[in-house]
Design a protein around this ligand. Structure first.
Ligand code: GLU
Length: 480
């Protein structure tokens, strides 16, 4: 089993390409086969090295390791030309001298008479004299591959089952090389080069998006004409936006590097892309690693229908991954973000306890459960690492009858040294009794005093953490 991803470096790594990469990788790893890369850089005007770099980096980041060195398509021009030469020599391809103006007029005529646009094969049978006359006019030909209208092309698609195309629906004889002087072969085009390269790389299975189905019909004719055994094909469903249309650049975030910059983890994104079109077997759940998915992956569980992009599911998965990593991994990722805010440094300007890894880890443990994106760990940690202003709800809470007396009673009892959980519970009970309030009043007021807000993680754990950094005393007393 040899599969490949064949990205064009004309843009950054798109989620559609990355999802195709995931399915190729899962299939290869499931069968112990090879996952190869080919950089399709034959569009010289639009291809850029920085896009190749972005694509390779994105794949590595996602954990989609490939086998061997990537094949660079532009380095294989001689092989592409040789294949075209072979088709010309066999009479399966020919030069077409129709000018752009003539082709446009042809298409306009077709549109006016409500016919589907197609090349009408007008130069399929030129005599040598006719060719000479066009050359003498200074015309430069393209090279076209003959597609017979009465051909039927069939294949068994691993996702879509039995497929059937009529040669008449492929738009007439197909251009396989761009315009060039008649004694040369112009730049070879997509369908031809893909077939030549997939054959040379001995690709056994071509797994790609369903937008390539018509290309597959054309490519099967090329395999036949070149006398090469074709690979097996699997066409994966498209990724759709919320409106059910094909996801495009206009939908905003579509680049893997954008998702990364937003704070999504590679594990969550790879997991999510696997779910875009593939249903895990019963009992597996939706959170899994690529390795786990590779163990059970097969095309029988790939859906034919388009896969709608679901931010909520991606967010849920990302939160899962952040929690699974545990507090220490989270701490290592969050610390640079906290430092960038100036909350944690070695100078005496900040609380030295905030720089203690054990304290930071416990803070991560506390806030970890409510994170969706890593960046949420900045917002959630803020009231612990810098003095939070009193928000409106918190100020109102302090006005509740008995709120301040209860906090004052608690402050009176607050030990200078360490505070254990059961001791803290006891103090809360004593202060409530002394102030004659319900326990809820003190709890809410304590949260308001400590965090400046009525929201936040577990109160007791919050208090114990702020007691360890010595922040609880000043925060309570400022409210009295
Ligand atoms: N370069 C093509 C693309 O990016 C490859 C398609 C294929 O897999 O054959 O769409």
């Amino acid at each position: 089993m040899r599969v490949r991803l064949a990205p064009s470096p004309t843009g950054t790594l798109h989620i559609g390409t990355a999802r195709t990469a995931v399915f190729n990788w899962l299939f290869a790893r499931h069968h112990g086969g090879s996952f190869l890369l080919r950089i399709e850089d034959t569009d010289r005007e639009r291809s850029r090295p920085e896009f190749t770099e972005n694509i390779l980096e994105g794949l590595s980041w996602l954990g989609l390791d490939w086998d061997g060195e990537p094949v660079i398509q532009s380095a294989r021009l001689a092989e592409h030309r040789a294949a075209i030469q072979q088709l010309l020599a066999a009479g399966k391809a020919y030069r077409c001298y129709a000018s752009e103006a003539e082709l446009t007029a042809m298409r306009e005529h077709q549109a006016a008479s409500k016919q589907a646009p197609r090349y009408d094969n007008r130069h399929r049978h030129l005599t040598p004299e006719q060719e000479q006359a066009f050359i003498a006019e200074g015309r430069e030909p393209v090279i076209r591959f003959r597609i017979e209208d009465d051909r039927t092309i069939t294949w068994t698609d691993l996702v879509r089952g039995q497929m059937r195309w009529s040669g008449a629906d492929l738009g007439g004889d197909m251009v396989i090389a761009r315009r060039a002087p008649a004694d040369r072969i112009g730049d070879p085009l997509y369908n031809l080069v893909v077939v030549v390269d997939d054959a040379a790389m001995a690709i056994s299975h071509v797994i790609r998006g369903e937008d390539h189905i018509a290309n597959t019909a054309k490519q099967l004719l090329l395999y036949e004409a070149l006398g090469v055994e074709p690979p097996v094909f699997a066409h994966t469903p498209l990724i759709l936006n919320q409106a059910g249309k094909k996801l495009s650049k206009r939908d905003g975030v579509t680049s893997i590097s954008d998702f990364r910059a937003m704070g999504y983890t590679a594990q969550a994104l790879a997991n999510y892309m696997t779910l875009l079109g593939w249903s895990p077997p019963e009992g597996m759940g939706e959170r899994f690693t690529l390795e786990q998915a590779a163990g059970v992956f097969g095309f029988e569980r790939v859906n034919r229908a388009g896969a709608r992009f679901d931010w909520d599911k991606l967010n849920w998965l990302n939160g899962q991954v952040l929690r699974e990593q545990g507090p220490e991994a989270l701490r290592q990722q969050l610390l640079p973000l906290w430092q960038a805010r100036g909350w944690v440094d070695s100078s005496s300007a900040t609380n030295p306890v905030h720089a203690d890894p054990a304290w930071q880890r416990d803070l991560c443990e506390l806030i970890g459960a409510s994170l969706t994106l890593l960046a949420d760990g900045v917002e959630q940690a803020e009231p612990f690492l810098s003095l939070p202003p009193l928000q409106e709800g918190a100020s109102q809470q302090l006005e509740v009858e008995g709120a301040r007396p209860a906090l004052a009673a608690l402050l009176d009892r607050l030990p200078e040294g360490p505070l254990a959980a059961d001791q803290a519970q006891e103090l809360l009970g004593e202060a409530t009794k002394a102030a004659g309030v319900k326990k809820g009043v003190l709890m809410k007021s304590l949260r308001a005093a400590l965090l400046g807000s009525l929201q936040g993680p577990d109160l007791l754990a919050t208090w114990l953490l702020l007691h360890r950094s010595g922040d609880d005393r000043s925060r309570i007393s400022r409210c009295l």
